[in-house]
Design a protein around this ligand. Structure first.
Ligand SMILES: [Zn+2]
Length: 624
């Protein structure tokens, strides 16, 4: 009877854990009530998002640092309400003196920001008004944009490329990286309305999926690399270079399109005073460009979809003196191939990937700006991380202002998984521990113990870093281990199918995984995303039972983590035994783990691996 009662109690406990809901702020509840999002994790029948068509012309004449631009934006209102005000993002105002920044700026970083020279709404010129040191500006419309209608905006603007380069700016006197360079309409969504967040150079971005036509005008012998397809390569490149460029799209072998000798011969582009390079990218969240008159250029391609044979272009542009950038095209080919076929195991969702030499180690759609590294292993590690971002946030439309856990978190998990493939588990573990978790795991603190779900925009410093990268990556990896690769992949793929090109929030991910897995995972999500837990388990005791032992493990830190036991027996033999995070489903502070054996245990040790234990002193049990 006692046994039956215990069983009933455990079952009830399991049911209550399974049924526990997830904390949901009131504004997010409203989205579910309005059916823009479904409780099963799918986009709701009333889901909507707005989009824009951007036609942009920019002119650059290095070493002159001024960039001038004109653009037409057609912004389409798919929301159920009339839009009376528009929020315009002017990200480069981060360079203005007095702008709010999460890190200090030197004189070389400061510029006058974006200067709007002309602004028109539906062909009527309007004063743009005072912006100050803000990275956005609200513009009042004379006439509201009714649902289904659109508004046309025209901008003329200029800005100076900053001397000190960050995510964008001057790479050297005649190499510029152009990102966030154009006025754009902020995201308006069903959960938060307008995204009114200032860019402070820490929390990243939140963008709609738009269509872009961009014309970049540069002097002769300047080359341009960027997001999307170059649609007039035959007009801007001399025939010999065009031929090599063209061939790279079907070549597995790397082609050195432009070498140092070619640069010195100064006959790469059409010999006009200026050339206009035309780019087209559809359904992307942003565009970025690199221009230089002395970067060498390599390219190849790789099949990213084995079913259809679709290839993606892999390109790199850099200083010939950068030793390991000569391997970059191979790193890109490898990354696209591996991510497409393993984790996430979704064919690379774009037509190309270009890595240019800069300083930022920063991702953009189809582009990365990476720093040169002395160690090729590290050069590849960075390349893989930035390319992994192609999925989160660029395929999945993540709101990185608030939910870095879905952007850096997934990317860090993929970075770890490709790292195991490339370097072996030991080295991948050491990279992961060193760069992603050690600082927090070994010294949990008031800042770093805030729950992962905390909106990122109210965090700074170490709290922001660990809640974006290490903690959520560990959560995804613990879930992968607990569900098994097949079920985990099924959940991940279906979630990605449901939400790619849209704006999923964490609750859509939580609900999707539970729905697709066919089991309520709220206990796990609560444990990882809504708690102040950290990583610390302790072996309480090891007691002999009928068919072996019962190991009592206390969870002091609280996170539901997998554990590995290293066990030694009296006959000198050893055994390693793995248990997934499922051991914490019923009781998250204590687990009694049965271990079947006929041998006598003399010592037992818990090894958390990448789940670094804050206090390892209590991880060992030894027979007295
Ligand atoms: Zn990242």
């Amino acid at each position: 009877m006692k046994k039956v009662m215990t069983l009933i109690f455990i079952l009830m406990l399991q049911i209550s854990y399974a049924q526990q809901g997830l904390f949901m702020p009131q504004n997010i509840k409203q989205a579910f009530e309005k059916n823009t999002r479904n409780e099963d994790g799918k986009p709701g029948k009333n889901y909507w998002q707005n989009y824009g068509r951007y036609s942009i012309n920019i002119i650059a004449s290095p070493p002159n640092k001024t960039i001038t631009g004109t653009e037409t934006i057609s912004y389409i209102n798919n929301s159920p309400g009339t839009i009376k005000n528009l929020m315009i993002k002017l990200i480069l105002n981060i360079h203005k003196p007095g702008a709010a920044r999460q890190s200090s700026a030197t004189d070389n970083y400061l510029t006058e920001g974006i200067i709007i020279d002309k602004f028109m709404v539906n062909h009527d010129e309007k004063p743009f008004g005072y912006v100050g040191a803000n990275t956005m500006k609200q513009v009042r419309l004379n006439e509201g944009v009714v649902p289904g209608d659109s508004v046309q905006l025209n901008f003329e603007w200029h800005y100076d490329v900053s001397q000190q380069s960050g995510r964008e700016g001057r790479l050297d006197s005649t190499s510029f990286f152009l990102a966030y360079f154009y006025p754009r309409v902020a995201v308006m969504d069903d959960v938060f309305g307008w995204d009114r967040m200032n860019f402070t150079d820490a929390q990243e971005f939140y963008n709609d999926f738009n269509d872009y036509d961009v014309a970049v005008t540069v002097p002769e012998n300047y080359l341009v690399w960027g997001t999307g397809d170059l649609t007039n390569a035959a007009q801007v490149l001399q025939p010999a270079f065009f031929e090599k460029f063209n061939k790279s799209f079907t070549s597995d072998e790397e082609i050195n399109i432009v070498t140092q000798q070619d640069i010195e011969a100064k006959n790469i582009t059409t010999q006009n005073p200026t050339n206009t390079w035309r780019w087209r990218a559809k359904n992307v969240s942003d565009v970025a460009f690199c221009i230089s008159n002395h970067y060498v250029w390599d390219a190849a391609s790789v099949v990213v979809d084995k079913k259809t044979g679709r290839r993606a272009s892999c390109q790199s542009a850099y200083l010939n003196s950068s030793k390991n950038f000569h391997n970059q095209v191979k790193h890109i080919q490898h990354s696209l191939d591996w991510f497409s076929n393993n984790w996430p195991g979704v064919p690379y969702p774009f037509q190309k990937s270009t890595i240019i030499q800069g300083f930022a180690d920063m991702e953009y759609p189809m582009m990365a700006n990476d720093s040169p590294q002395g160690d090729d292993l590290f050069q590849r590690f960075i390349a893989e991380h930035e390319i992994a971002h192609s999925y989160f946030p660029f395929y999945m439309g993540i709101n990185e202002h608030r939910y870095g856990c879905m952007d850096e978190g997934w990317t860090t998990a993929f970075e770890y998984l490709i790292g195991i493939n490339d370097m072996g588990k030991e080295k991948a573990n050491s990279f992961f521990k060193q760069f992603r978790v050690a600082g927090w795991a070994l010294y949990p603190s008031d800042e770093t113990q805030v729950p992962i779900i905390t909106p990122l925009n109210i965090l700074s410093g170490p709290a922001m870093g660990i809640n974006e990268y290490g903690k959520p990556a560990l959560a995804y990896l613990a879930l992968k281990d607990m569900l098994g690769d097949d079920l985990f992949k099924k959940c991940l793929h279906e979630f990605m199918d449901r939400w790619n090109g849209k704006h999923p929030i964490p609750w859509d991910m939580f609900n999707s995984f539970s729905n697709i897995a066919g089991k309520n995972l709220n206990w796990f999500w609560n444990n990882w995303f809504f708690s102040s837990n950290y990583l610390d388990v302790a072996v309480q005791n090891v007691v002999a039972g009928k068919s072996g032992y019962n190991i009592t493990l206390k969870n002091i830190g609280g996170f539901a983590i997998p554990v590995d036991f290293e066990i030694e027996f009296s006959d000198g033999s050893k055994m390693n035994q793995h248990f997934t995070a499922a051991i914490w489903e019923v009781n998250q502070s204590k687990a009694i783990i049965p271990l079947k054996t006929t041998k006598k245990i003399t010592s037992l040790k818990v090894d958390g691996g990448i789940f670094m234990d804050a206090n390892e002193n209590d991880n060992v049990w030894e027979r007295q």
